[in-house]
Design a protein. Sequence first.
Length: 282
Amino acid sequence: MAKATSGEITLEYETFGDPAEDAVLLINGLGSQMTRWPAPFCALLVERGLYVVRFDNRDVGLSTWVEEGPSYSALDMAADGGAVLDAIGKRAAHIVGISMGGMIGQEFAAAYPERTLSFTSIMSHSGNPGLPQPTPAAMDTLNSRPVDPSDPNFVADSVRRAQVIGSPAYPWPDGALAARARAEADRAFNPKGVARQMAAIRASGDRRAKLASIKAPTVVLHGADDPLVPVDGGRDTAANIPGAELRVIEGMGHDLPPALYTTFVDAIGRAVERSRAAAAGA
C-alpha cells in the first residue's frame, strides 16, 4: 500500500498493473473502502491494458478521518483523486465512479477536463431534485447503519442490508457477503465518516450544469432494478453529459457482485475505447 497527500488529508491507495499503461482511477461509494473494488476485478482491468489505482476516500478505510475542522465538499473529494494521480505520476486517467463515487467523478470530470481521459459513471445520479427517491427499505440501509462491529448481529445485519439493495439476477456466492463484512470491519470502521461524506454529497446539489460541461467520452452504467439510486438517475446523468452512452442492465441492483465484473469492465473498456478513438482522430 502507499499514501498520497491532498492538503492535510492522507489517502491510502493501491495500484495494479504496468505503470506505463493508461491509468484508471476507481472512486468508491458512500462509506465504502477501496476493497469494494476487489483485486480480481482490478485484475480484469489490467488484462485490458490498464494501470489500475484504487484508494480510500477521506473519512473511510485507512485514509484520514476528518474528525475536526470545517466540513468538506464533493469537489474536495474530487481533488483527493487528483492527489492520488499526482502520487502515481499520472497527469490524467480514465475516471470511474460508483454511486457516491460517480458523483465525485462528475465533479472531477467537470473541474479537471485536462486530467479526464474518459468517464464511467456507475449507479449514480445527477443531483436533479426531481429524480425518484430510494425505496423505503433501501433508504433504511443508509439511515440506520450498524455502529458496533463487536455486536453479535453485526455480520448478519450487514449481509441483510447488502441483500436489500443487491442485484436480484446476480446473487453473491454463499458466504461472500459475510466474509466481506468481517474483512471490512477488521480493516477499518468509521460510521461517523459516512455522515460527513453524505453531507458533502448533499451539499453538491444539482450537478446538471456541471455535467453539461463534461467533454470526456462517457459511459453511464445503471441497474434496471436499483432500489437505492433508481435507474432514472442514470438516465438523467447520461442525458445531461454530451455524447454519453447509457447502458441499463436488467436484474442489476446497487452492488458489484462477481457475476457482474465483466459487465462493469466492458463499460469501462468502452469508455476507454471511445477516448482512444477520439485521440487518434484529433
